[in-house]
Design a protein around this ligand. Structure first.
Ligand SMILES: Nc1ncnc2c1ncn2[C@@H]1O[C@H](COP(=O)(O)OP(=O)(O)OP(=O)(O)O)[C@@H](O)[C@H]1O
Length: 267
């Protein structure tokens, strides 16, 4: 059975059908890219899956349980996580304290961090940091970290509630090719090791071709193609709506810019 099953999902804003009856599935251990040109409906789809936007129609099943109609916090508790950028206010906290804050939130503990919680689940937080290669930097202030390392900490924070499904909205935006490669290799490793599913939006085709197991393509709210990235690269509809008229994707571009790091299961 699929972990996530989306059927007939729709959302309109006034007269604009932002998402128009889309269907897709996602299995545990799979990295699925959601791509499409600006205004295609990617963010609207994301926001319906995590409950931030109510769907007008359709169904979103997680392990057979309906998500439509539930609050974001309930959906998060059911195992749908998302990466958030570390808030400015947390930049003064250390790396490990940021992860401890996330663990506090999982426990619904809202007491003062400094007075009562500085030791709260420190070992668990350090373990999460080890999983993203940031254990050695645990006691540095987040404000001192390189951008790529901040992204790793964001990933550790998103792991705090052990999500079954992780939503990542343009995870590599603003990153240099080497940092992108490292972050996506790490994401893939977590997918393999934890059997977690990832749904991500991405404008960089290099990243999609190098790391996605499958991709779905939206255009004007409709799902126009679905399949393995290499199968879809030359799909005429995808070329037309996604890559733009007359523009074709250069086949060796992805291989030249991003050499994927091999991922092996340790399970
Ligand atoms: N809150 C809103 N109110 C009105 N229209 C909206 C709203 N959110 C999205 N839309 C419209 O819905 C359509 C889909 O937008 P959406 O943001 O989901 O696309 P997207 O694929 O994420 O685009 P981008 O890549 O630019 O982020 C667009 O036409 C957009 O203008």
């Amino acid at each position: 059975m699929s972990l996530l099953k989306v059927a007939g999902l729709g959302k309109a804003f006034g007269g604009v059908k932002a998402v128009d009856g889309i269907h897709f599935e996602l299995a545990a251990g799979e990295l699925l890219a959601l791509i499409g040109p600006n205004g295609a409906g990617k963010s609207t789809t994301f926001n319906m899956v995590n409950g931030q936007l109510p769907a007008d129609s359709g169904s979103i099943l997680l392990n057979g349980q309906e998500l439509v109609g539930r609050k974001p916090r309930d959906i998060w508790r059911m195992g749908v996580g998302r990466t958030f950028q570390i808030a400015e206010t947390f930049a003064s906290l250390s790396v490990v304290e940021n992860v401890q804050m996330a663990l506090l939130s999982v426990d619904d503990r809202l007491f003062s961090f400094w007075r009562n919680a500085s030791d709260h689940k420190r070992d668990e937080a350090l373990d999460l940091l080890a999983q993203v290669g940031m254990r050695a930097q645990a006691d540095r202030p987040c404000s001192e970290l390189a951008y790529g390392d901040v992204k790793r900490v964001e990933l550790a924070i998103a792991m705090a509630n052990s999500p079954k499904l992780l939503l990542m909205d343009e995870p590599t935006a603003g990153m240099a090719p080497k940092e992108r490669n490292d972050l996506m290799a790490l994401t893939k490793q977590l997918v393999v090791d934890r059997g977690m599913a990832v749904l991500f939006t991405e404008h960089s085709m290099d990243v999609v071709f190098a790391y996605a197991d499958r991709m779905i393509v939206l255009a004007r709210g409709r799902l126009i193609a679905e399949g393995k990235p290499l199968e879809l690269r030359d799909h005429p509809k995808v070329q037309e709506v996604y890559f733009g008229s007359g523009k074709t994707f250069e086949k060796n571009q992805a291989a030249e810019r991003v050499a994927p790091t091999p991922v092996e299961s340790v399970a």
